[in-house]
Design a protein around this ligand. Structure first.
Ligand SMILES: Cc1cc2nc3c(=O)[nH]c(=O)nc-3n(C[C@H](O)[C@H](O)[C@H](O)COP(=O)(O)OP(=O)(O)OC[C@H]3O[C@@H](n4cnc5c(N)ncnc54)[C@H](O)[C@@H]3O)c2cc1C
Length: 435
């Protein structure tokens, strides 16, 4: 191979069959069960029917407003075709399918370059819906789950406070029972999409005497009321994706507590498990598509002969491949019904730190041009850029700035390392003020 050409491995995925031929001792079976494959065919048929001809991915829609409009219509198409909440039971609007079916759905959507739901669906479907299935009363499930799927209720998450982030148990928002209602006072912060939501799930202290994890309740509260003010926070990307939410005598019905009052910590931990979640298996598809764009950018900018850039590209390629195999491992756990535990922390740490380095490389390749945004920025670049996005500077700059957020939300990188140190390496537990 000429030393001036990128090694071919950068452009071609190694099929697993070739790996097993090269290493005959290795027995890797990454095939899916037949019933899951027939579901894949159903999803492909829906995509073929619902997507416009010549579809190139949501990133290829030039104007932000058009992309937002498409995302809203697409979400309703998924709902209409029975592809939202597929693991939920039919009585709550789902189809009672397995988590492996969900992974296959996510794979097909990622390959097609379309989102799974809209901004608030992460909080409604993935976090709250899955948590209500585990902890909700029959009345709560029957009332809220179908409305989450139809889009009638749009949820946001009120956990973090100015004095409680990584150390969530320090939260100070209070809720007191007053007849038929909880009365809530306090402040939440970094509340993503609160300006698009009409409900918030929140953690509040309902027992003023108990300390630490004890005495916290998980409440459901309507946002549209005089006791709640939402103030946007402006980010360095120029967008305002999250907010401060102020509660001053806000009220919610007494029966809208999830799990036993005072025992909301367990409910919150179930929810955070869903937040770190099982997209570990589908993330590599998106990161791979983004890496292909990075390779194209390198060639467009004539940087493909620079040995230092090649070295960094090779590093990115290796990381995405490792992520793919971490994904297969997680799939195996998902399929066997094992809780993800430390694997969720490994995956979260791995993709978020990778994305900071990969987007830094994109900006280094673009040089000063990269700092002059041209073209549409990403709609949602926390995990990767929108699939199908062109190599405009605006797109990479947006992804670069947002990549930092990935190392913070759903538990910072330092917190993930602490979890791994304690649960995998068996190091002594860290002492906390309220232990
Ligand atoms: C894009 C984005 C969206 C978000 N959306 C929401 C939302 O919708 N709802 C919501 O409730 N919250 C949301 N958050 C908030 C997020 O959960 C918190 O930012 C996160 O938990 C960290 O808390 P903090 O910002 O208070 O930082 P801190 O906890 O104050 O941490 C500051 C620094 O100290 C480090 N640190 C803290 N504790 C330790 C420790 N024990 N050991 C080593 N280092 C430590 C951290 O890693 C970090 O670098 C969002 C955040 C982001 C970035």
């Amino acid at each position: 191979m000429s030393k001036n050409r990128l090694p071919v491995i950068l452009f071609k995925r190694q099929p697993v069959s070739r790996l097993t031929r090269q290493y005959p001792g290795a027995r890797v079976d990454v095939s899916y069960p037949a019933e899951v494959q027939s579901f894949r065919a159903e999803v492909r048929a829906v995509l073929a029917e619902e997507l416009p001809p010549g579809w190139a991915g949501i990133g290829a829609i030039a104007l932000r407003e058009d992309a937002e409009r498409f995302a809203a219509q697409w979400r309703q198409a998924l709902y209409r075709r029975g592809l939202l909440g597929i693991t939920w039971l039919p009585e709550y609007g789902g189809r009672g399918l397995s988590r492996l079916h969900q992974v296959v759905l996510m794979e097909e959507l990622a390959w097609a370059g379309v989102p799974y739901g809209e901004h608030t669906d992460l909080f409604g479907i993935k976090m709250l819906g899955s948590t209500l299935l585990r902890w909700g009363t029959e009345e709560q499930k029957a009332r809220f789950l179908p409305r989450i799927l139809s889009g009638a209720d749009r949820w946001c998450q009120g956990f973090s406070e100015p004095g409680a982030g990584s150390d969530l148990a320090s939260l100070a928002t209070r809720a007191t029972l007053d007849g038929e209602h909880w009365v809530i006072d306090g402040q939440k912060t970094w509340t993503s999409v609160a300006h698009r939501a009409n409900w918030i799930f929140l953690l509040a202290r309902t027992d003023p005497v108990a300390r630490g994890h004890r005495g916290i309740s998980f409440l459901l509260c309507p946002l549209d009321q005089p006791g709640i003010k939402i103030r946007p926070i402006r980010q360095l990307t120029g967008d305002s994706d999250f907010n401060e939410v102020f509660f001053t005598g806000a009220r919610t019905p007494a029966d809208l507590v999830v799990g036993p009052p005072g025992d909301g910590w367990k409910v919150a931990m179930t929810l955070l498990g869903h937040e770190r979640g099982d997209e570990a298996a589908t993330n590599p598809i998106l990161f791979r598509a983004e890496l292909d764009r990075l390779l194209a950018l390198t060639a467009e900018r004539g940087r493909d002969r620079d040995p230092l850039i090649r070295q960094r590209l090779a590093w990115c390629y290796a990381r995405v491949e490792i992520m793919r195999y971490l994904g297969y491992r997680i799939l195996t756990q998902v399929h066997s019904g094992t809780e993800l535990g430390a694997a969720a922390s490994v995956a979260k740490l791995y993709w978020s730190e990778y994305h900071v380095a990969a987007t830094e490389l994109a900006l280094d390749i673009q040089g000063l041009d990269g700092l002059v945004p041209q073209g549409r920025g990403p709609l949602r670049a926390v995990r990767t850029d929108d699939p199908g996005a062109p190599n405009s500077s605006g797109s990479w700059l947006g992804a670069f700035l947002n990549a930092r957020a990935g190392t913070i939300y759903a538990g910072t990188s330092e917190v993930q390392r602490n979890i791994l140190a304690e649960t995998v390496l068996g190091l002594p537990k860290e002492r906390r003020e309220h232990d």
